[in-house]
Design a protein around this ligand. Structure first.
Ligand SMILES: *Cc1c(COP(=O)(O)O)cnc(C)c1O
Length: 481
């Protein structure tokens, strides 16, 4: 029997991988988790260590998606992870920077995809999986989303031209950078619809929630999402931790089994959760460093074991904006694992969270022990430290890094251990955040060839009103059925 999934909040069974692929929250409000985490032996690591990225992706993902034939996943991964899309044969190359306090430091380049941020790594595979599953079932899907710039563009580039999929993406008028706007609105594919809203990202998000709350409408027009709680995205991200580890073993002359640390610029906790899953599968990751910016909910948790998410009024606008998140949606999955899969204990904590706004795990010794054993540690980085890291990495290693990666460097540097490589995930390219790079270095960010004239390409966007009924009418008119 194939691997089964269940909810974090009750014993509700959710079926196998393809059953949860297109779903959002479980009916009880929880998130999907596998009944058990697949295990990988040292021998399997040895067998996988020389594979191409696409081959590795197929093997890792098939462990979680074993209701799909291996040959299908292999074909979809080969289509998703090409040199043409990711501008590199390695797809996610590991680039050494130098040695500090006896620890080699390297960047894992995850941002060479079409939208210059790591979300492409999972989203490109999701596009392939959605198209395959929908066409084989004879179904269609209308993805409705709201974006502040990054997730929406990664979703659009992954779904453009895909059969059986339509994308309706709401974006806040005048609140994205010129680069982000141009990246999304220059897409001319007929299945991609950019609708701009006079308001903030939260206003866009509220409109999406209002439409999704109308269950009859949602079912009739086959509305779905591609948000950060999607389990397939988590599994696609597990892959690059394996790719990173194998490259570190080769570049630093390690033995398979030697420990490596990873630093992860974090917001919604999806990326670092994937790292944790890789570690649980048996990948020898000693520590996973959760790097936050001034929005330090996660750093606060790992240092106090109190989880206190913030509201939008307490969320700061920072120069690493993709991490300006104060309620980390995937964190629930990690807590579920720390509770040893006890869904009723998790449901109690989340009830407490909604009534008091926080919960503490500090008095629970078995949970404390599991958190310590999980290898997750955390810290935060400020605007000034971010600029200093961009400038320091440039002067020491002649490499321009983006502000999110700079947070990863800053917090990673707090956890160096002599002899143990620290791999910092490069979650975006500097070109995407040109102003901050100019502030730090006094020169413009480098841009990949082919993107020089992005802002002057023709744009296709429709300005809509902040009116849920009008939005529904527009969806009804344009949905793929
Ligand atoms: C989304 C994003 C993050 C945060 O990743 P999570 O999986 O939400 O923790 C960090 N950096 C960049 C550039 C991003 O786009």
């Amino acid at each position: 029997m194939s691997l089964q999934y269940r909810s974090t909040r009750s014993d509700t069974q959710l079926g196998s991988f393809t059953d949860i692929l297109l779903e959002g929250l479980a009916p009880d409000g929880g998130l999907a988790m596998p009944q058990s985490i697949p295990q990988v032996s040292l021998q399997t690591l040895a067998d996988w260590s020389g594979l191409s990225y696409a081959q590795l992706a197929a093997r890792v993902m098939h462990r979680f998606a074993d209701d799909l034939p291996f040959e299908v996943i292999e074909r979809l991964a080969a289509a998703a992870y090409t040199e043409q899309t990711f501008h590199s044969k390695a797809i996610a190359p590991l680039t050494p920077l130098g040695v500090e306090q006896g620890a080699p430091i390297a960047l894992l380049e995850l941002s060479n995809g079409p939208t210059l941020a790591f979300k492409d790594m999972a989203m490109q595979m999701l596009g392939q999986l959605f198209e395959y599953v929908l066409t084989s079932r004879g179904q269609t899907l209308n993805i409705l989303g709201a974006t502040s710039g990054d997730t929406g563009s990664a979703a659009e580039y992954a779904m453009r031209g895909k059969k059986a999929v339509n994308v309706f993406m709401l974006s806040p008028q005048g609140r994205m950078s010129d680069f982000q706007r141009a990246q999304m609105y220059s897409l001319q594919d007929p299945n991609i619809h950019n609708w701009s809203v006079p308001g903030s990202f939260d206003d866009c998000q509220d409109m999406v929630k209002a439409v999704s709350a109308d269950l009859a409408f949602k079912a009739k027009y086959r509305i779905g999402t591609v948000n950060s709680i999607n389990w397939a995205r988590i599994t696609a991200q597990v892959v690059y931790y394996f790719a990173a580890y194998f490259q570190a073993v080769r570049q630093y002359g390690l033995q398979l089994g030697d420990p490596v640390a990873v630093s992860v610029p974090s917001g919604n906790f999806g990326n670092v959760l994937s790292g944790y899953v890789a570690k649980r599968m048996g990948l020898p990751l000693s520590r996973l460093v959760v790097a936050t910016n001034e929005n330090n909910v996660l750093a606060e948790f790992f240092n106090s074991l109190v989880y206190r998410p913030r509201g939008s009024t307490e969320t700061y606008v920072t120069s690493s904006p993709s991490m300006d998140i104060s309620k980390a949606s995937n964190f629930e999955r990690y807590v579920f694992e720390m509770l040893n899969g006890d869904a009723s204990a998790l449901a109690d904590l989340w009830r407490q969270l909604s009534s008091t706004g926080q919960f503490s795990l500090a008095d629970n010794q078995p949970v404390r022990d599991r958190i310590a054993a999980s290898g997750l540690v955390a810290g935060q980085s400020s605007h000034a430290q971010r600029l200093a890291a961009i400038s320091d990495i440039y002067s020491k290693y002649h490499r321009v890094i983006d502000p999110h990666t700079a947070d990863g460097i800053n917090v990673g540097r707090q956890y160096l251990r002599a002899g143990e490589p620290m791999l910092v995930l490069e979650t975006a390219l500097p070109a995407k955040f040109g102003q901050t790079i100019e502030d730090a270095l006094g020169t413009p960010a480098p841009r990949r060839a082919g993107l020089e004239n992005l802002e002057s390409l023709p744009q296709r966007v429709v300005a809509i009103t902040q009116d849920v009924e009008a939005l529904k009418a527009r969806i009804a008119d344009q949905a793929l059925l």
